[in-house]
Design a protein around this ligand. Structure first.
Ligand code: IPM
Ligand code: MG
Length: 340
């Protein structure tokens, strides 16, 4: 039995997790233990991630998370617990420094993107986002009437994520930074160039993040791996999601050293506006299950089967509301499961 910790979280999280569990049941062979994280955990214990849940995740073969956050827990009080701290605590606590966000528009959705078909056709890129460093984890606080956040990167942190970028690249790594301004970006560039020398079969180019944001919509098909730091990766991956038609389509994998369980989650958030309505799109969640099978559990064939069931459902016309259709969560789940 493969042991999975399922973390439904908040908003549409529990609904799409229920769909993911139907998918896992149909594949078979999983022992699933559901736990609280995010706002749901704050309501239960005051903490967005308890030590007990973190321990359970450490002992699992993989962790599947739906989404955290919502207006109920939104606050600007620096001392109040926030749902997002649950997610950051998991990433840091499990040492998941590499976040993989593949962007590959399904052929059936080429006309669903707000971008023209001829721009996005052929897009097959991977955002490799550093996940346990940078401004997300630097010192922050308030002093008198000001506030500060700090970005720190060590050579070692940059080296290990750059290795992941080169390992996944077919032919080219585009490293994204803001080296014309930031010292951390200048170190990033130096270190990435050093790592590139160990991969002479792969090309390296550099883009400044503002330029990368533009190129990503003007020539998405020419990217292979986009390698970047935590905050830039957060922003660029939401932008890249629109190439697939909807942010409801993008899965992600967060992985660390071999032997530690990975965390698999959709890139989208908890969508509080549609929570409980049964209208959520489960496809990014299904894509995350596929990534869990492939990168977390080494079950390549099953991963490919899930992905092709999703592609076939879309080819047969499945469109949830975010893709301009009227299929609801249940319709979408049934459509994919019947193709599996
Ligand atoms: C993401 C999300 C998270 C992040 C939030 C929910 C903390 O936006 O996974 O991209 O900023 O990393
Ligand atoms: Mg984000």
């Amino acid at each position: 039995m493969t042991r999975i910790i399922a973390l439904p979280g908040d908003g549409i999280g529990p609904e799409i997790m229920a769909s993911a569990r139907r998918l896992l049941d149909q594949i078979g062979g999983f022992e699933i233990d559901e736990r609280l994280v995010g706002g749901a955990s704050i309501d239960d214990s005051g903490s967005p991630l308890t030590d007990e849940v973190l321990e359970a995740c450490r002992d699992a073969d993989a962790v599947l998370l739906a989404a955290v956050g919502g207006p109920k827990w939104d606050t600007t009080d620096p001392n109040a617990p926030r749902p997002e701290q649950g997610l950051l605590g998991l990433r840091k606590g499990l040492g998941l420094y590499a976040n993989l966000r593949p962007v590959r528009p399904s052929p059936a959705l080429l006309d669903a993107s707000p971008l023209k078909r001829d721009r996005i056709e052929g897009t097959d890129l991977l955002v490799v986002r550093e996940l346990t460093g940078g401004v997300y984890f630097g010192d922050r606080g308030r002093r008198d009437d000001s506030a500060y956040d700090t970005t720190v990167y060590s050579t070692e942190e940059i080296e290990r994520i750059a290795e992941v970028g080169f390992r996944f690249a077919r032919e080219r790594v585009t490293s994204v930074d803001k080296a014309n301004i930031l010292e951390t970006s200048r170190l990033w560039r130096e270190v990435v160039e050093g790592v590139a020398k160990k991969h002479p079969d792969k090309q390296l180019d550099h883009l400044l993040v503002d330029n990368a944001a533009m190129q990503l919509v003007s020539r998405p098909a020419s990217f292979d791996v986009i390698l970047t730091e935590n905050m830039f990766g957060d922003i660029l991956s939401d932008e890249a999601a629109m190439l697939t038609g909807s942010i409801g389509m993008l899965p992600s994998a967060s992985v660390g050293e071999p032997g530690t369980p990975g965390l698999f989650e959709p890139v989208h958030g908890s969508a509080p506006d549609i929570a409980g309505s049964g209208k959520a799109n489960p496809l990014a969640m299904f894509g995350s299950v596929a990534m869990m099978l492939r990168y977390g559990l080494g079950r390549q064939d099953e991963a490919a089967a899930v992905e092709s069931a999703v592609d076939r459902a879309l080819a047969d016309g499945l469109r949830t509301a975010d893709l301009g259709g009227d299929a609801n969560l249940e319709d979408a789940t049934n459509a994919v499961l019947s193709n599996l």
